[in-house]
Design a protein around this ligand. Sequence first.
Ligand SMILES: [Zn+2]
Length: 49
Amino acid sequence: MRDNFIFKCTICGEENYLGSKNKKNHPDRMEIKKFCSRCNKMTIHKEKK
Ligand SMILES: [Zn+2]
């Protein structure tokens, strides 16, 4: 079963990216480096429930 989730900027809290994942394959919270338009730079984005 795939769940949709949101990647949220850890600096400003902006919810920049939507994603989906298989919980069985990726049970842990994901962290990715993405460009944040509010911070205007690459920041760490964390999965938000
Ligand atoms: Zn940001």
